[in-house]
Design a protein around this ligand. Sequence first.
Ligand code: PLP
Length: 455
Amino acid sequence: MKEQIQKTFEALFALEDIREVLREALPTGPDPAEEQAIREGVARVRAVLDDLEAGTGSPQVTKIAGSLDIRNREEAYINIQPIQAAGRLTLEARKALIAYGDGYSTCDACRKPFRLDQITKPPIAAFHEDLARFLNMDVVRVVPGARRGFQAVASTLVKPGDPVIVSALAHYTEFLAVEGAGGVVKEVSVSKENLVTPDAVAAKIEDVRRETGRTPALAMIDHVDYQFGNVHDVAGIAKVAHQYDVPFLLNGAYTVGTMPVDGRAIGADFVVGSGHKSMASPAPSGVLAATAEWAPRVFRTTAMVGDLTRRKFGVKEVEMLGCTLMGANLIAMMASFPAVRERTLRWDEEVKKSNHFIDGLLAIEGTKVLSEYPRKHTLTKVDTTGSFDTVAATHKRRGFFLSDELSGRGIAGEFAGATRTWKLNTFGLSWKKIRYLTEAFQEIAAKYELNVRTA
Ligand SMILES: Cc1ncc(COP(=O)(O)O)c(C=O)c1O
């Protein structure tokens, strides 16, 4: 029986291997090496299934395996969806999901002191140490999404009525975290380039102190914002916050796991990352890191005692509700981590690819980029009102014509019907795909007689 379970995993993993090759190959089509890999992969699955069927004596096995729902998602498309790019799973993470799907699969070897971050088999404790080193912070916990990191910090630091500094580009989950703690958000305005500057943060803190008589309990600023994908001077902002004795939380939802983030060099008291947005992990997953100074507060353990039973749970952390990210999500995050850590070292190449594509888009007359330019990130907001939207005005499919043209060329992820201002993300696409993508947009432009400047 054990052998059959092992074989089932082998077949599922082999299927994942094939999907990975296909993901790379499509939509441009496999090259000879990829074709060979697909053929070998299919033969492997076939062989395992035949074996299994012989072992169980049941044709049902093949039927069940054949009915696995292989959905038509990014496997068949170049996906430029703005928020999904860096969350897509690695092959290792996909296999981890299959193997660790049971809810408490991480808890088999949970021994004293009975807390997730201390488990050594699988090596969850070591993963926490790796993550802390990766972010150059002292203490790290995994959390179900960046938002749970904001929540833990706000709930610890913010008292009812306390002002909290966020930016005019802040994500809504920062607002909710502050609201949950009873605080009040105070938004820093952005410059005309849509950047949050240290001076603007200082001015806002001064304003808040004058108006409310209180010093903000926390400043939470996005390293890269979700609206423009602009990179903000977070080190400068952290310095200013500290000059006013305001703790600083770095929202690294778009940076932790894509580009190098050194929490200590930035001067962050807390660093928050999103696993499903930027660490090739399943949803929900994320990370909250703190300095040694703040860790005892945000990761404080319970002092509660049962009034009847006198029960105590001393080692459990209040803000983490004891244990956080259990099972497949955590193991998949761990499985992706070596690749994630390594890819941050290739960030410059990602930025080059982003600029190559954006330059190609700007060559289509009438197209503008609303994000800072040249690009410093792979998430970009573009304005095609003066190009593709002029076609939409007379096309019978209106704004949907662009999506039709793109999907016909194996490209997905743009907001269907949005041909005016919209966002896209090129993270993780190979140069081959970047070139194909650039040419596809220019080809569509030429088809509808928009001017395309040649380099
Ligand atoms: C800038 C930013 N911060 C935070 C979040 C929330 O992240 P999560 O979904 O991991 O809670 C998002 C996206 O959802 C985001 O874009």
